[in-house]
Write a protein that binds this ligand. Structure first.
Ligand SMILES: [Zn+2]
Length: 306
């Protein structure tokens, strides 16, 4: 153990001394992001990922630090969430829902003023500032200037146009009454079309909950995610320079999907979609990253503006 800044040394310290663990994890949380010279920002011009210059703590077996870009503050406070981040040694990217008021969540940021207040609340905290956007029309209420204050934009394709033309959450009970899923193959083609449309919406950095399927179809995941559909999805992400989340909570995408994404050169992120205290739970994400041999250069890493 030569020093406290090397990854190997820190891993050793984690095991050897509880007090030092906390200290070094704090240093880690503060250091990840701020010293990196490159950005994958919310606009295309900033997306290019360049090598990072500072040393930072890496997870055992990985050459990059653990980051969970899908953390919700619901039922908690930023202070409690930061405390948990330090305890776990995982840097968090906080996301609040953003989009038009047609979207129903406890909080939906819909204009610059609301977005700026949210960003202000996160100011100075050792987290990445993000939003989880809803539907394909989300950016209409925001100026480019306000959006550039975010570290990243994340979304998913779980809110879908229903039979009545209204937005429908595919995870809600009785969804088959509101969305035509009788013919699974037909639904899948339309669902992939929708996901591609969402991936192409700008500005966007991360597509979350990748390959998730609504309950009536989830049993047929392996059959319905054909190679052609996976490739279409992945190619859209590559074209739009959108990173794909490996979800620790849903344990998705499955390996065949991930392999196609890796071969296509897509960037990845880890995400828990966690509400307190379930954030930072990334066992599946880490396992898949190790099996795929993911390196730092395969990961999306923004520069924190805090
Ligand atoms: Zn979420």
């Amino acid at each position: 153990m030569a020093g406290v800044n090397g990854a190997q040394d820190l891993n050793g310290l984690f095991l050897a001394n509880g007090w030092k663990i906390i200290m070094n994890r704090r240093q880690f949380i503060k250091s990840v992001g701020v010293g990196m010279v490159a950005a994958c920002g919310v606009f295309a011009g900033k997306r290019q990922l360049i090598a990072q210059t500072i040393e930072s703590v890496k997870a055992p077996g990985l050459d990059f630090p653990l980051m969970d870009f899908h953390v919700h503050l619901d039922n908690s406070t930023i202070e409690k969430v930061v405390e948990l981040s330090e305890k776990l040694g995982v840097k968090f990217g906080i996301v609040e829902h953003a989009g038009t008021k047609e979207n129903k969540y406890p909080i939906v940021l819909s204009n610059d003023e609301e977005l700026k207040q949210y960003i202000k609340m996160l100011e100075g905290k050792p987290v990445f500032k993000g939003v989880q956007t809803e539907y394909s029309d989300w950016s209409s209420g925001f100026s480019k200037e306000a959006l550039t204050q975010l570290d990243f934009v994340l979304t998913d394709c779980m809110t879908y146009p229903g039979k009545d033309g209204k937005r429908t959450k595919l995870f809600e009970k009785g969804v088959e009454d509101r969305v035509d899923m009788a013919d699974k193959e037909t639904f899948m083609d339309k669902y992939v079309d929708w996901c591609v449309k969402v991936i192409e919406s700008k500005p966007l950095d991360i597509l979350a909950n990748v390959s998730w399927l609504p309950k009536p179809l989830s049993q047929d995941y392996d059959k319905l995610w054909t190679e052609a559909r996976m490739k279409r999805f992945v190619n859209a992400a590559v074209q739009s320079k959108v990173a794909l989340e490996i979800s620790g909570s849903y344990e998705l995408p499955k390996m065949p999907f991930l392999k196609i994404a890796r071969e296509a050169g897509v960037k990845f992120t880890f995400g828990s979609n966690g509400r307190y205290p379930k954030m930072g739970r990334l066992d599946y994400s880490i396992k898949m990253a190790k099996e795929l041999g993911l390196k730092r250069s395969d990961m999306f890493i923004p520069v924190s503006k805090s």
